[in-house]
Ligand binder design. Structure first.
Ligand code: ADP
Ligand code: MG
Length: 238
């Protein structure tokens, strides 16, 4: 569960074409990274997959089903944002529980899922705190935990590490890779950071100006870039 197919996806804001025809297949359990310069359409594409933005034309399929009229909550996805998007007035535990309560999940089941995610992300000491009492890295772990308890078949990450300092970026990156191995879920991860892309991805999608320049395994892109843009982008250190 968790395969994703994009078919000729386009998106315009007014007269500006931001996504200009994207076709892509992501297999069950794959870790795919969208990489590309600022403004190339990474977040827009992810938001279309999530249902937070409607494509102008084309289709999104999740597990083979066309999602065109499916609201975000019914897509079997969970999204982690750069800005964490936690509820400031709720404790960590309640931040993690809220969506499940709204979906009508039984209380005992919520407790069990929160406990499991808490252990996985080593957040036991944080459960009764509020977001203001957490560091940036802890807030991002809570945001990830909130995604995990939903048990999505498809995780979407939009630059989840970019507000963290260098050491925390590496530590959290390792947590995310571990989570992928543990859960076996499909993950689509957006970054403008080549190192993150190279280390996390089964498959990298290089975007530029709303189009895919190349799709491939990290080392294939590195050794056989399709063009100068990919060579420059994948080859250059951050
Ligand atoms: P990235 O995430 O790769 O930095 P985005 O997907 O955020 O890029 O944005 C791609 C382009 O679409 C940018 O030029 C941005 O200004 C434009 N854009 C994004 N969202 C909107 C919006 N809601 N209205 C108008 N333009 C937008
Ligand atoms: Mg973005």
């Amino acid at each position: 569960m968790g395969s994703l197919v994009l078919e000729s996806v386009r998106k315009s804001f007014g007269s500006v074409d931001v996504i200009r025809g994207v076709d892509l297949t992501v297999a069950d359990g794959e870790f795919v990274v969208f990489v590309g310069p600022s403004g190339c359409g990474k977040s827009t594409l992810l938001r279309i997959v999530a249902g937070l933005e409607e494509q102008t034309s084309g289709h999104v399929r999740i597990d083979g089903k066309v999602m065109d009229v499916t609201p975000p909550a019914k897509r079997g996805i969970a999204m982690v944002f750069q800005t964490y998007a936690l509820y400031p007035h709720l404790t960590v535990k309640n931040n993690m529980s809220l969506a499940l309560q709204q979906e009508g999940v039984a209380k005992a089941e919520i407790e069990a899922r929160v406990a499991k995610a808490t252990a996985m992300l080593r957040m036991e000491a944080l459960l009764e705190r509020r977001p203001a009492e957490l560091s940036g890295g802890q807030r991002q772990r809570v945001a990830i935990g909130r995604a995990v308890v939903r048990q999505p078949s498809l995780f979407l990450f939009d630059e989840p590490l970019s507000n963290l300092d260098a050491a925390l970026r590496v530590a959290t990156r390792i947590e995310i890779a571990k989570l992928h191995r543990l859960l076996g879920a499909t993950m689509v991860y957006v970054t403008h950071d080549q190192v993150e892309a190279m280390t996390l991805a089964d498959k990298i999608v290089v975007l530029n100006g709303g189009l895919i320049e190349q799709v491939g395994r990290p080392l294939d892109l590195y050794h056989k870039p399709a063009n100068l843009f990919v060579a420059g982008f994948i080859g250059s250190p951050t």
